[in-house]
Design a protein around this ligand. Sequence first.
Ligand code: B12
Length: 275
Amino acid sequence: MAFSEWAKKADFDMMFKRYNVIIEGPAIKPEDDPDVKKVLPKDEPFKSLAMAVIFGDTEKAVQATKSALDMVSPLDVIEKGLAKGMDAVSALYAKGAYFLPDIMLSADAMTAAMAVAEQKLGRAREKKGTVVSFVAEGDPHDIGKNLVVMFLKANGFEAVDLGRDVPDKEVIEAVKKYKPVMLTGTALMTTTMTAFPRVAKALQEQGISVPVFGCGGGAVKRDFVESYDMGVYGVKAFHAPKLAEAALAGKSWKDLRKEYPKVVGEFVAEYADRM
Ligand code: B12
């Protein structure tokens, strides 16, 4: 039978179903997902920034960041745009609509856009003090830590970036070497956040004290960070320089636990009981 004749008779609907081209009806656009709608910014330039991250489109994310920086601050580009896109990606991953390769593309887009924002954020000339930053052993999630380092540098701190998946031993050695005013730890997984109490305990056992050990990341909650000595739960990366300033001014980890919202100068839902 000629192809044209066969095509007239073929049941394409059936064939598409058979080969999984049609599974559950028309595809839903990510921006129409109810959980994405909850976090997606409505206004520009933030919506375009978030959408570029959602689609894992590095070129668009960089372009959108460049144009957004003519209108708004690098902090707003990151917090109100790019980070909202990553919140949407997290929601899509959690419900099984996005898979690991999707997140990897989104993470690449966010990282490239962050580099553009960092250029605008710049580096302060003055050197206020040293902060050591790391991502816990076994953890590859470094976007939050990179933001922490970026904001610290922009605010005049010498940030020693140990990278991701850092063994406890290396963190302790770095604390001994640099004697920082603050140590920041990031972990996004329940399996890796246990590095924080381990590092804090090892430091204490060796008689080393860091004024503040700021810890944050996806799975990390305030209760957990306050269950061991030295830990201060960090909520937003841009809070890091404010915590470091306070540590430099002589505030201890105990003070910062009590005064977090006052120190960072804004309402922080996670510390609503301490406002
Ligand atoms: C992007 C991402 C990835 C990327 C990471 C790329 C990169 N370079 O970082 C990739 C694709 C590599 C990845 C891999 C995996 N991931 Co992943 N990933 C995510 C995702 C979607 C977003 C994370 C993110 O970057 N958020 C944006 C940044 C800005 O947020 P953040 O780091 O938390 O930082 C913010 C704050 O926490 C704060 N902060 C952080 N540190 C500090 C420190 C201080 C001092 C302060 C003040 C503030 C602060 O500042 C930031 C805000 O301003 C999360 C979902 C989620 N809900 O978190 C899952 C998530 C973290 N991943 C998860 C998992 C399970 C994995 C994998 C194991 C999956 C797999 N099956 O292989 C692998 C890891 C494998 C391995 N061991 O190597 C789980 C963890 C579950 C858990 N509770 O343990 C999550 C929660 C997804 C889920 N819902 O299941 N992932």
